[in-house]
Ligand binder design. Structure first.
Ligand SMILES: [Zn+2]
Length: 298
């Protein structure tokens, strides 16, 4: 008897460029990594869905970073919504994220709450941290529209003047969770990092790439038997040239360690530390990202 092993394509991030159209893209599919991140929390379905989408967007934008030590952080700050704060970050293929919320307020939220219900008149902050020169670039846009993906498109249009199209597919069921996404962008000068003097949104070469991204079906994004290379090829096979960039495997990564919290706490005055400690002389600290608790000796 032989066992047929089927290869699946999850927890991967792939980059590509369409040189003749001055466009670049990223595609990501999360499976076990997503389950691991979500599994550390006990969120109601609407928040689980929102965090899954945020993680896909974080990975897509993280894929635009150049160097290994660079970091991308996505943060949604609520104002009058039922959630308080959403934070996700990406560094060197490692993803993590959480949503701070009041369980009483989120108890009655349905499975597919709107962005408005979750975050009210909140805003979205996107931060690129570049390890090489220690610089930090942050853009902030209102959390408007139907989805987080729409808010990120808005960020690229307003903060970076880069036409961007994003598609996402999120599903959760008895077989597990899956979240995937595609991002395509037009770089008007054909080169990254050059200042753009003007931006036109009616460029036919970009329109075509954007329309093709639009045609991508939810089932294709979600199909874990379809490799990301094949997915890109199906979409853009009529192009004269599609360059596939080396892919990345994604993992759940958290940088919480007892040593990290010890160094943070060591900056507090002795008296404050004593107030924080319990009767056994231990200061209990929770990591919001992975819900782990650390007991630090005062
Ligand atoms: Zn942690």
């Amino acid at each position: 008897m032989s066992t047929i092993q089927t290869q699946t394509f999850s927890d991967k991030l792939l980059g590509f460029t369409l040189p003749e159209r001055d466009c670049r893209g990223r595609v990501v599919r999360l499976g076990p990594v997503l389950e691991e991140i979500l599994g550390a929390h006990d969120y109601p379905p609407a928040l689980t869905h929102c965090l899954a989408e945020a993680l896909v967007l974080t990975a897509l934008m993280g894929g635009l970073l150049k160097d290994h030590g660079d970091q991308l952080t996505l943060q949604a700050q609520s104002k009058g919504g039922v959630a308080n704060l959403l934070v996700c970050d990406y560094r060197a293929g490692q993803l993590r994220g959480y949503i701070q919320h009041d369980p009483l307020m989120t108890a009655d939220v349905g499975t597919s709450a709107s962005l408005q219900t979750l975050f009210g008149e909140g805003h979205l902050a996107i931060t690129f941290e570049i390890a090489r020169n220690g610089k930090r670039y942050q853009g902030i846009v209102p959390l408007e529209g139907d989805s987080l993906a729409g808010a990120v498109e808005n960020y690229f249009a307003k903060s970076e003047q880069v036409p961007t199209r994003i598609r996402t597919a999120i599903s959760s069921g008895p077989d597990g969770c899956m979240a995937a996404g595609l991002l395509v962008q037009h770089l008007p000068d054909g080169e990254e990092g050059r200042e753009r003097l003007h931006v036109r949104h009616d460029l036919p070469e970009w329109e075509h790439v954007s329309v093709m991204a639009e045609s991508l079906r939810h089932e294709e994004l979600a199909d874990t038997l379809l490799s990301l290379e094949e997915l890109v090829w199906r979409l853009y096979h009529e192009e004269r040239e599609v360059r596939i960039l080396p892919g990345d495997n994604l993992t759940k990564g958290c940088r919480c360690t007892a040593a990290y919290y010890e160094s943070v706490l060591s900056r507090f005055p002795k008296e404050e530390r004593r107030d924080m400690a319990n009767e056994d002389g231990l200061i209990l600290v929770d990591c919001a990202f992975c819900s782990k608790q650390f007991a630090i000796q005062d």
